[in-house]
Design a protein around this ligand. Structure first.
Ligand SMILES: Nc1ncnc2c1ncn2[C@@H]1O[C@H](COP(=O)(O)OP(=O)(O)OP(=O)(O)O)[C@@H](O)[C@H]1O
Ligand SMILES: [Mg+2]
Length: 271
């Protein structure tokens, strides 16, 4: 990374970062979407990835969550190299995510959408499921209890049985967040959770993100265009521009960084 990165000497001794992204790149045909991007995320941090449209933020998410193979670089989770694992294996290892475009089953109820996230942890095989053995029943009950805890945490008890398609956009996003929480992530990737939300819905999400960190111990990596929420709740921010990492630091450092100001203002001048 550039001279703005934290030296490993400054990191607390013996603490392995939860996620280490080292020099990752992604080329689509002739387009380099992400070029040599590096950052570490420590356990318990709210880490934001920001940058102008097309900067490569969602591509970084897709690389970390195993949707696309890397063109170069390495990714490690708790010190273990996860670079070539497919997304379902990464979900089991504790990487959960929401998508920039709403990803819910609109005809299914809120509770059933959240139960979809539990599939990552379902152990009983098809035969025992068909036979509905006691072990399967116990598992099923445990999954439902976990789903109910998430529903309570997200304050959506009153809509638990409604089809998700009948809800407001903000509530549908909250259900998607519930599905991601149901996978029991160590690291949760949130791609533009609040875009299209009103200010009240945005404040609710900010509160849930902080509670996920403080009460559930989840580390958060979020992509956001809403600078209010980014500056309010992030511990660290990494800025991408044209696929490259141009800055890294605390909200205060980032808001005063000339390269960041230029990246945003430069684009709006051209627009
Ligand atoms: N599947 C793909 N195939 C080809 N090019 C892609 C693909 N996904 C992304 N790109 C290109 O990679 C670049 C980065 O896109 P990406 O979606 O990661 O940006 P972003 O920072 O998330 O932008 P936004 O803020 O608009 O969501 C863009 O030039 C985009 O067109
Ligand atoms: Mg994006």
């Amino acid at each position: 990374m550039t001279e703005t990165s934290t030296s490993p000497l400054q990191a607390p001794l013996l603490q392995v970062p939860l996620l280490q992204v080292q020099g990752i790149s992604k080329v689509f045909g002739g387009v380099t979407a992400v070029s040599n991007v590096s950052f570490d995320i420590n356990k318990g941090e709210i880490f934001s990835l920001i940058g102008p449209n097309g900067a490569g933020k969602t591509t970084v998410f897709n690389l970390i969550s195993g949707i696309f193979p890397l063109s170069g670089g390495e990714i490690s989770l708790e010190g273990e190299r996860i670079t070539h694992l497919p997304s379902h294996r990464l979900a089991v290892k504790g990487i959960g995510r929401t998508f920039q475009n709403l990803a819910v089953f609109k005809h299914a109820s809120v509770v059933d959408n959240i139960l979809v996230g539990r599939h990552v942890h379902m152990n009983s095989g098809l035969l025992s499921a068909i036979a509905f053995l006691p072990k399967t029943r116990r598992e099923e009950r445990a999954h439902r209890e976990r789903a109910e805890e998430i529903i309570e945490f997200l304050e959506i008890e009153h809509i638990r049985d409604l089809p998700v398609g009948s809800l407001s956009y903000g509530l549908q996003k909250r259900v998607e967040l519930g599905r991601a929480l149901a996978t029991e992530p160590k690291l949760l990737l949130l791609d533009e959770m609040v875009s299209g939300m009103n200010s009240e819905e945005t404040e609710d999400i900010a509160r849930f993100v902080l509670d996920m960190k403080d009460q559930l111990g989840i580390t958060i990596l979020m992509v956001e265009h809403d600078m209010g929420i980014v500056m309010d709740i992030s511990d660290k921010i990494c800025v991408l521009n044209f696929g490259q990492n141009i800055a890294y630091g605390t909200p205060d450092e980032i808001s005063q960084n000339p390269a960041v100001i230029e990246a945003y203002l430069g684009r709006s001048k051209k627009a």
